[in-house]
Design a protein around this ligand. Structure first.
Ligand code: FE
Length: 208
């Protein structure tokens, strides 16, 4: 038996990944799986879901940026980068960022880095990238947020508002009312899954 709540107690941060399509358009995503493997040379492990459009672009270009989120960053940034796809949205538009080595980094983050992909392994659902850090960028003096902090925030919101989650039975995308702020039932009839485009009827309520 594997309990998610136990896994949430393993300290992980939350990060915004930035990359470019080979044609140049900026893409990005929100991830929680980053581990420093060693410091000399600086190498990290990063995992990105197979359904991630940003991951697709990183595998083509072998380069990406990582912005470390702090306790001060609004949860909106997680929602924007984590619950939409860059396939049909320019996530960096209107988000304060700087370009370093041609890659986007949040202006307001605890730290940033640029990495090069050296090796890729596959799990059932994720690409696992072994990368070399080629540059580090100083950020604000805030404390990094952990994935556990985020989960606590979500759980508290859920309790306060009796909010539910709905899963797309086609691609596994999860619509979380506590994150989106809008009850699923109140979404317009023409709402479609932001990942696979299936209609509302493809979603079912989760019972976790
Ligand atoms: Fe879907």
């Amino acid at each position: 038996m594997v309990h998610l709540q136990t896994l949430f107690k393993i300290s992980q941060g939350i990060y915004i990944v930035g990359a470019r399509e080979p044609e140049g358009r900026l893409v990005g995503s929100c991830i929680d799986s980053v581990m420093v493997v060693e410091t000399n040379p600086a190498q990290i492990l990063v995992s990105l879901g197979h359904i991630s459009y940003t991951a697709e672009q990183i595998l083509k270009t072998n380069r990406f940026s990582l912005s470390v989120l702090g306790q001060n960053n609004p949860f909106d940034i997680i929602r924007r980068f984590g619950f939409n796809t860059s396939r049909n949205m320019d996530k960096w538009t209107d988000i304060p960022h700087k370009i370093i080595n041609n890659l986007p980094l949040l202006t307001d983050s605890v730290a940033g880095l640029i990495a090069r992909v050296d090796d890729v392994r596959q799990t059932a659902t994720h690409h696992v990238l072994l990368c070399t850090v080629t540059e580090t960028i100083d950020g604000t003096m805030n404390t990094p947020i952990t994935y556990g902090d985020y989960q606590n925030h979500i759980q508290n919101q859920k309790k306060e508002n009796n909010m539910k989650k709905y899963i797309c039975t086609v691609c596994g995308y999860i619509y979380d009312e506590s994150v989106e702020g809008v009850p699923f039932a109140e979404l317009p009839d023409d709402y479609v899954c932001p990942i696979c485009g299936e209609p509302k009827s493809a979603f079912k309520e989760m019972t976790d």
